[in-house]
Design a binder for this molecule. Structure first.
Ligand SMILES: [Ca+2]
Ligand SMILES: [Ca+2]
Length: 324
């Protein structure tokens, strides 16, 4: 009698469940939900040998059977309540200088809701007229994201439901270090572009004619950058609800991340500021009496690969203008 019962339990095993493929990210998570409510999460990539799995009771014990390239393996997991797989939406940090031109990467037919395309995350509400505009060859942001909505996603990752529900714009990730984010943008009407780095207050960009705006960054760990439309006071604005450029819009043509330099141009002695001591150091270098701390790259202000009197003239002019 007992044997018959065990056979019946073995038959409860579910059918094979294939791991679904996703051409955009090629990544999945397998989530093992435990009886005590906690979760174990495994990241699965295309390189992972897991082909398919089934989960159910075997001899009365919750068991995961995984099929790999080399055969089947049974793993008893009595404290696991259920197993689910989900597609991972994530972006990798920008590791080297990178130019993103939206016209090269997406088109009108690209679904931009909760999607990663070429390491940039997009979440735009097409029903409210947000998305790629072929005529402008730019992203059009008519909907705004308010300060309250940004607060709601501060601890969320791209792909989380909170981001999908609250955020309208794009997100990418910086690797730790210093650098510059250049944004190619035009702002129209009450709408301005917000460039928010991590949890810092956003840089507000107003640009009535299309042009590049530089936003420097300095982050100690991989950090999200949010590019979205808002208003000067960060409140929600009226939506134009048009499929094209409206009276209040942000046009985003692309962005460029430049990593480094790890010095302030002109700060040749590396004390954190450019002033007359840097001019003295540069003169000494030209006179072939360089100090140990002399940074040739920082001294080459015009970037022609040489350190000479032209760079000193630029230093003097910057210091005199007080614009350093
Ligand atoms: Ca200095
Ligand atoms: Ca030079």
């Amino acid at each position: 009698m007992k044997t018959i019962k065990n056979i019946a339990i073995v038959l409860i095993l579910l059918a094979w469940l294939p791991i679904k493929s996703n051409a955009q990210t090629d990544q999945f998570e397998m989530v093992l939900e435990k009886v005590d409510g906690t979760e174990l999460t495994f990241r699965i990539t295309n390189d992972y040998p897991l082909l398919q799995y089934k989960y159910g009771k075997e001899d009365g014990v919750n068991t995961l059977v995984i099929q790999t390239a080399s055969g089947n393996t049974s793993v008893p997991c009595p404290d696991i309540k259920r197993i689910i797989t989900r597609v991972v939406v994530d972006v990798d940090p920008v590791q080297e200088d990178d130019v993103v031109s939206f016209k090269d990467e997406i088109n009108e037919d690209t679904d931009l809701s909760d999607k990663v395309v070429d390491n940039t995350y997009y979440n735009m509400d097409a029903s409210n007229g947000d998305g790629y505009n072929a005529e402008e060859q730019a992203l059009v942001l008519n909907s705004t994201t308010s300060a309250e909505q940004m607060a709601a996603i501060q601890n969320a990752k791209v792909g989380d439901a909170a981001v999908k529900e609250n955020y309208n714009g794009i997100i990418f990730k910086l690797a730790s270090g210093k650098g510059t984010i250049a944004v190619d943008v035009q702002t129209i009407g009450t709408h301005i572009l917000m460039v928010q780095i991590g949890k810092n207050a956003p840089t507000k960009v107003t640009k009535s004619e299309r042009g590049m705006v530089d936003v420097p960054y300095n982050v100690a760990e991989p950090t999200y950058v949010y590019l979205y439309a808002s208003t000067e006071d960060g409140s929600a604005a009226r939506l134009d609800r048009a499929s094209s450029v409206g009276d209040n819009s942000v046009l985003l043509y692309g962005y460029k991340v430049t990593i480094g330099p790890d010095f302030i141009p002109g700060d040749v002695n590396g004390d954190g500021a450019m002033n007359v001591t840097d001019i003295v150091s540069t003169v000494n270098y030209i006179m072939e009496k360089p100090a140990d701390s002399f940074n040739k790259d920082a001294a080459d202000l015009n970037g022609d690969g040489k350190v000479n009197v032209t760079d000193i003239v630029m230093m003097v002019s910057i210091i005199m203008s007080g614009d350093n």
